[in-house]
Structures are given as structure tokens and as C-alpha cells.
Ligand binder design. Structure first.
Ligand SMILES: Cc1ncc(COP(=O)(O)O)c(C=O)c1O
Length: 408
């Protein structure tokens, strides 16, 4: 029999993987590490990092509402009325009248019977999928869906099946094979967050209706952005009444943090009593809820912001394309450009950063090895002058690195 000492010596240390992980430190040593950049001050479209001002084209602040005076004032008022935090779950002591008002307003925006507010968008997806997809049920997902949708299915008791991005034929085959399942949920991004393209929702709905499945549309990048009232992908295609569940985040157009799901009252009621990420986590703080309510007011009162957002997106996309950058499928304010392999992408990112432009690198496993990207996203409040500076920086760095022709 092994002695205690022998047993201890044979046991693998769970921390070994941490010691073996050297890739990030190597990039830090080379000054090419793009993550966790500490922002010292933020002025809407510009941020200060280590004393230097950068134009922010890496945020999801689509409508530019994080610094809107009305939004700031509503957030301040709520903090003084209710305090800084709710210190408890929605289920117990963490529901404010503000949460319920927000749920009613979101349901109206989405054209749904009811909605339910969670503490983050990520938790919303975990909570909805794990809450609904029980044993014997199947959740079918586009391969490029956001991590939170995919992780939701890891948490669920049912089975996950993925189909290639946008491949409706493959989706149909999955549904055909799973006709006997104990219920099917199709989950899809409304706007794909790394590509910036819009899901073909009418085609998806036709298939899901044919097979009696249900659908969850993750409208993190769509609410506030798509549709005449900012109602998201369903409103954009005029099919809101055919979408079963819509997921929303407040970390993008709504200038805050939190998430929600909108859908039939009976489903919302069920989730309120079965969704563990809702029940076992503290609720959104008062200032955050008031921020989202204020953003809804601004969205109604200043619809021109959305027009400005789309005009800016078209301007930046055309500018980048005119230099020779490939913006692939982008058709929204998310505009990724191809930047080659990982090494080149890090060098590209750093040169843009030094040139005063903040972008986000997109690397494997989000994309194949040699198809890395730098992802830009546009805000309604970017000025044309700022976008010109971004385009100029891309031109200078892109031609220096040979990503685009020097004449571009
Ligand atoms: C498509 C999509 N879904 C869900 C989330 C998660 O949202 P949150 O940031 O509110 O947790 C994100 C944000 O990164 C996202 O892009």
C-alpha cells in the first residue's frame, strides 16, 4: 500500500496548467499584449490610458449614452434613493420597483408579454438555456454563437447540437434527426459579435415553425441598433411576433451592465422560479437599472442617434474598404478587418494603439489560425474627424505591415 508521502508525490497539482501557460507573458515581454488595458478616464469616444488619449473604436457603447447628462442624472438619483447595491437576489430582497418598471418597458420594446431582468447578459443566457433545456431536450446553435449561449448548454441537462454558421440546410437536417426530442430550442445571435452580420431570421423562423421548435435570439448587439425603434432583430425583419424569446444585454447600447429575456408570460414566470443564475445571484444595482431606463427614454426622444450610428458605420466601413481592407460579412456597426496571422495581428494592434486608436484583436479559437482580425465598432457619437483619424491610422499601419497595398 502506498504511503501518504508517495500518494502526495504522485498527485498532479491542479495549478500545473497555470505554470505551463506562458503565451500571454511572452506577449507582455514583447510589449504586444493587448488585454486588460487600464483606462484612467473616459470621455465617451475617447479614453486615456497611461496618460495617452486614444480614440475608442473597441467598445459596444453604440448609442454613446455612457456620458449622456440625462442618463448620468437618473443613475445618480437612483443611487441616492435606493443606495449603491441591492445586496440580494431578485428572488428575495433584491427586487426594486425599478426592476419591474424596466421589465415592463423592455417587454413593450420587444413586443413580448413579459420580460425578466438578470444581473448580466451572460447570466441571462446561462439561466434561460439551463432553465429550459432539460433531460432529453435539444438546444441547436449556430457555430459562431456567443460563448454565453454555448456555455448555457454546458449547464443544461439536455443535448447541444451545433450547425455551421448560417447553414439553414444543416439546421433543417438537425431538426429532422431530432424530431423525437423532448422539445427543441434553437439559439442564435441576432448580430454575430465577431463578424458583424445579421442572422437570416425569416429563414430560421420558417424552419423552426415547420418543426415545432422554439427560438431564442441573442440581441445583445441588436437592441438599440436594429429596427425602427431599436427593438432588435425581430423588429428589423418585421417578425417580432414570431420570435419566442429575445435576450438583451445592457452592457452595450444601454450603457450599463445587466441583461434580460423577453417572451411569453408563462415562460418568464417559470424562469423566475427555476433559473439558478437569477435566483442565486444578487440583482442589478439601482444606478444600473435607472441607467437602462434613462437610455430607453433617450432612445425614444433622440431617434436621430441611431441614424448617426448607421451613418458612422457606413462611413468607417467604406473608408476601411477603400484602403483595401477586407471587412468580410460586416453589415452593422461591428466592423472587423482581416489582419493575417496572430503575430501580425498583435503587431498591428500595438501600432494602432501607439497611433492613438483602441481596437480589439480577434484570435483563435474565435477565428481560424491565419484569419485573425482587428475588430472595430462604431458609436453614434464618433465625429467624422475621429473616424478619419482611425482610417488614416489603419492606412499607415496596414501599408507598413503589408496587410494592404501601400498605394491604398
Ligand atoms: C452576443 C452576446 N451575447 C451575450 C453577451 C454577454 O453580455 P454581458 O456583457 O451583458 O454579460 C455578449 C457580450 O459580450 C455578447 O456579445
Amino acid at each position: 500500500m502506498a504511503t501518504i508521502e508517495q500518494t502526495v508525490r504522485r498527485t498532479v497539482d491542479i495549478f500545473d496548467r497555470c505554470r505551463r501557460f506562458t503565451a500571454a507573458r511572452e506577449m507582455m515581454d514583447r510589449g504586444l499584449y493587448p488585454y486588460f488595458q487600464p483606462i484612467e478616464a473616459s470621455h465617451d469616444t475617447e479614453v486615456v490610458i497611461r496618460g495617452e488619449t486614444k480614440i475608442m473604436v473597441g467598445s459596444n457603447n453604440y448609442l454613446g449614452l455612457t456620458h449622456h447628462p440625462y442618463v448620468l442624472e437618473r443613475a445618480r438619483e437612483a443611487m441616492y434613493r435606493y443606495g449603491t447595491g441591492c445586496t440580494g437576489s431578485r428572488f428575495l430582497n433584491g427586487t426594486l420597483d425599478l426592476h419591474e418598471t424596466l421589465e415592463q418597458r423592455l417587454a413593450a420594446l420587444i413586443g413580448a408579454e413579459a420580460s425578466l431582468v438578470y444581473s448580466t447578459g451572460f447570466q441571462t443566457n446561462l439561466g434561460v438555456i439551463a432553465g429550459l433545456v432539460g433531460r432529453g431536450s435539444v438546444v441547436v446553435q449556430d457555430r459562431l454563437n456567443h460563448a454565453s449561449l454555448l456555455d448555457g448548454s454546458q449547464l443544461a441537462a439536455g443535448e447541444l447540437v451545433r450547425y455551421p454558421h448560417g447553414d439553414m440546410g444543416a439546421l433543417r437536417r438537425v431538426l429532422e434527426r431530432n424530431r423525437d426530442a423532448n422539445g427543441i430550442l434553437i439559439a442564435t445571435d441576432g448580430v454575430f459579435s465577431m463578424e458583424g452580420n445579421i442572422v437570416d431570421l425569416p429563414a430560421l423562423l420558417e424552419i423552426k415553425e415547420q418543426y415545432g421548435a422554439r427560438i431564442l435570439v441573442d440581441d445583445a448587439h441588436s437592441v438599440g441598433v436594429l429596427g425602427p425603434n431599436g427593438g432588435g432583430t425581430g423588429e428589423h425583419f418585421g417578425v417580432q411576433d414570431r420570435v419566442d424569446l429575445t435576450m438583451i444585454t445592457f452592457s452595450k447600447s444601454f450603457a450599463s451592465i445587466g441583461g434580460a429575456v423577453a417572451g411569453p408570460e408563462e415562460v418568464i414566470h417559470y424562469l423566475k422560479h427555476h433559473s439558478r443564475p437569477l435566483i442565486f445571484s444578487a440583482s442589478m444595482p439601482p444606478s444600473a437599472v435607472a441607467t437602462v431606463l434613462a437610455c430607453l427614454d433617450v432612445m425614444e426622444q433622440e431617434p436621430e442617434r441611431r441614424d448617426r450610428l448607421w451613418a458612422n458605420a457606413a462611413y468607417l466601413r467604406a473608408g476601411l474598404q477603400s484602403i483595401g481592407f477586407d471587412t468580410a460579412e460586416s453589415e452593422t456597426p461591428i466592423i472587423p478587418v482581416s489582419s493575417g496571422d496572430m503575430e501580425k495581428t498583435f503587431i498591428f494592434w500595438r501600432a494602432l494603439f501607439d497611433g492613438g486608436v483602441f481596437t480589439n484583436p480577434v484570435l483563435p479559437p474565435a477565428v481560424p489560425e491565419n484569419q485573425c482580425r482587428l475588430r472595430t465598432s462604431v458609436m453614434a457619437t464618433h465625429t467624422t474627424e475621429q473616424l478619419d483619424r482611425v482610417i488614416d491610422a489603419f492606412r499607415t499601419v496596414g501599408s507598413k505591415l503589408g496587410v494592404v497595398g501601400a498605394g491604398g
